[in-house]
Design a protein. Structure first.
Length: 187
């Protein structure tokens, strides 16, 4: 990987995230802790709204941040040694709040996260892979993570999103449609 390529990816991704619609404020936002010594891991099934929740979380914190999504075709060959380049970009940015999306795609990512925690960075990780929920994670990060699992919309969130009154008909619609935000949006 080249430093300039990673810088470009990081810049484009942060801009795209800032332009993302924050959507319906999720109830889960109220339960997300603001951690200084542990990584906050937000996991959940694909398309349940993790990135939207992340954007809401960023807005609620109101401070500058570094965002990097590893699920990008330009990062297909990203390896553990490339974290050195990423570290240089983070250092250059001067921010201490890091958000990594789908970082589990890179073997050895836990070492990088632990290093950043040791250097007093605040870290939030989002991802859908089962490895974020594995029992091994606690060992790899030596107990330095708090995991919160996000689910699709609850019935209450569904009714708020669709502007419906809670009633048997809206409940049946919820049961038929489900709570995946993007799907609910088009139904």
């Amino acid at each position: 990987m080249k430093l300039s390529d990673l810088e470009q990816v990081a810049s484009e991704q942060k801009e795209a995230l800032l332009q993302t619609n924050r959507g319906l404020q999720r109830k889960a936002l109220e339960t997300l802790p603001r951690l200084d010594s542990h990584a906050l891991i937000i996991s959940g099934i694909r398309r349940c709204g993790k990135r939207t929740l992340l954007h809401q979380y960023l807005h609620s914190i109101g401070q500058d941040f570094f965002y990097f999504n590893f699920e990008n075709i330009r990062l297909y060959d990203f390896q553990i040694k490339d974290f050195i380049l990423l570290d240089a970009i983070i250092e250059k940015s001067g921010v201490k709040l890091l958000f990594f999306d789908e970082v589990q795609a890179v073997t050895g990512w836990e070492l990088f996260v632990r290093q950043k925690l040791d250097r007093h960075y605040r870290i939030v990780i989002t991802g859908s892979n089962a490895s974020l929920l594995s029992r091994e994670l606690g060992t790899k990060l030596t107990g330095r993570q708090i995991t919160k699992e996000l689910f699709p919309f609850s019935y209450h969130e569904f009714t708020l999103f669709k502007n419906l009154k809670p009633c048997p008909d809206s409940f049946m619609e919820y049961m038929q449609t489900g709570g995946f935000p993007e799907y609910v949006k088009i139904r």
